[in-house]
Write a protein of this length. Structure first.
Length: 200
């Protein structure tokens, strides 16, 4: 089997696993039919940046295993240590993603607004990190970008993470408004994207 075929298969396995597993849980959560004012609550700039560049990032990863020739001009030759480090990061995102979706359950949303019957989740991976879904997504996309040497995926991963970081300030205002001191106390002992070392 050619090296390029192996790369495409290894790229597709974690990515499509996340698409299927995450899509299943999002579909279940969306059956609650909560109404969200996404653009108003997130702000139009953040809303549009995330939907446009996040969408381009997803499309790149969807297309690469199917049509790698489209990416010939934007691929980099990286040392094997970098490529396999990238793949390790992508694989690390799988158990993290499993814990995220198992912990969140019906609370998951695609915006800053909480659901009508939202619960404050502090178990599983949320015991250590307040926004592990963003960390998980970054590890998956950036890791796969390194593995395949896809410059657009690497750059878009960094840009989307930066935009999500900005969005977390709005998101946490909604959570404080709903949960008050419970969320403030939870914030003090957890990290935003990574665990606080003194609380491990």
């Amino acid at each position: 089997m050619e090296q390029e075929t192996i790369t495409r298969i290894l790229f597709a396995l974690p990515f499509y696993a996340v698409v299927l597993y995450g899509g299943y849980h999002r579909h279940k959560a969306h059956q609650q039919n909560d109404r969200f004012a996404r653009m108003k609550n997130e702000g139009p700039v953040t809303f549009l940046l995330l939907r446009i560049f996040g969408g381009i990032l997803w499309v790149n990863c969807l297309l690469f295993p199917l049509a790698p020739g489209l990416f010939a001009s934007v691929r980099m030759e990286l040392p094997s240590a970098a490529t396999w480090t990238g793949y390790a990061l992508a694989l690390l995102s799988l158990p993290m993603g499993y814990s995220v979706f198992r912990s969140l359950g019906r609370n998951i949303t695609d915006t800053v607004q909480t659901r009508a019957e939202h619960e404050l989740v502090t178990h599983g991976i949320y015991r250590f990190i307040r926004h592990p879904l963003y960390t998980t997504g970054f590890l998956l996309f950036f890791g796969l970008g390194l593995f395949a040497g896809l410059l657009p995926v690497l750059l878009l991963s960094l840009f989307v993470l930066g935009t999500l970081y900005i969005r977390t300030f709005t998101e946490e205002r909604f959570l404080v408004a709903q949960f008050g001191d419970r969320y403030r106390e939870y914030s003090e002992r957890t990290g935003k994207f990574l665990p606080k070392l003194n609380h491990l």
